[in-house]
Design a protein around this ligand. Sequence first.
Ligand code: PYC
Length: 394
Amino acid sequence: MWRNFELEKSYDVVIIGAGVHGLATAYYLAANHGISKVAVVDKGYVGGGGSGRNTAILRSNYLTPEGVRFYDRSVQLYRTLAADLNFNVMFAPRGHLTLAHNDSSLRTMRWRAEVNKLQGVDSEVITPEEIKRLVPFMDVSDDTRYPIIGALYHPPGGIIRHDAVNWGYARAGDRLGVQIHQNTEVTGIRTEKGRVSGVSTNRGEIGAPIVLNCTAGWASLVSAMAGVKLPIITHPLQAAVTEPVKMFLDAVVVSGSLHVYVSQTDRGELVFGASTDPYASYSMRGSLEFTEELASHVLELMPSIAKMRVLRQWAGLCDITPDFSPIMGITEVEGFLVDVGWGTYGFKAGPAAAEAMAELVATGRTPQLIAAFDLARFAEGRLASERGAAAVGH
Ligand code: PYC
């Protein structure tokens, strides 16, 4: 799939993090801009962090026009990714439902639907009867703890095989000359007179005029190595998967009030996730309390699946910013760029973020698509609040 290399003394670009953001940025640098003297370094293995721990949901039904435009570009890139990378990434646009259990959520769904439509993105508010037609197993009756009063329906949303996306970008980048260095931990970032000059790793020193932080979970610690402070707090997020059964759930279903989202993979497993754990931590262990609570919430939506068995659970790390939007672009250290702060929405954004970051590296200009997500916004007070649309309740 991709080769192993000795570390070279210098590269044109060093990317920290071999998840979807890092690998895809390396691929677009080579494919779109002819820059292939690129090293992607990771302290673990390809797709071993957030890119392999997420619940693989794709959607662009955000709340701000900037967010909708940005995530829609990613959905577009995902749509043709299998052909572009010549790798089966199992993209399945099944439709995405965000349930409303009270009037204020329904108001937010209407708001999102209107913003989406104005940006040319297909979203509409639908009734419990229409939800029942899309998800026959859903309990839409009035005698539940939190009756469902409507949903934001987003037909282009869906799921994909996350590992395949990571492997596809890694293989395609390798074919174009990018070097992927697994088990290569960055221990320091070197700067001289306000500009980056390279990184120190557990395998030796690397010189580079451009270093990109594409990490999740450790984004603030890695940036601190370059002297750049990020407004990020890291929380774990837990998820679980059941045994596989025959297909019965086509759409992706999200309930902010019940803090849960669920989809069925093409293998037949149900994948569930929760909102982030309520404390800051770098722990990636699951807990029994979590699984019990998550399962009870899924059963409130679909009581008839009570006998399905949970196979395993895991956790990933989410770097949360104050406005629930990411941070992409330049920093005060020349040549040190960031593509971080991806909270619970990073996987779906990988292709669009990478395409834009590659353009920024190649041209020195920030693409309009990501201009609203710069680091300076926190100091200048122009936040891009996605609180009402960033996965489930935070
Ligand atoms: O943003 O769609 C989302 C999401 C799903 C699970 C976590 N975040």
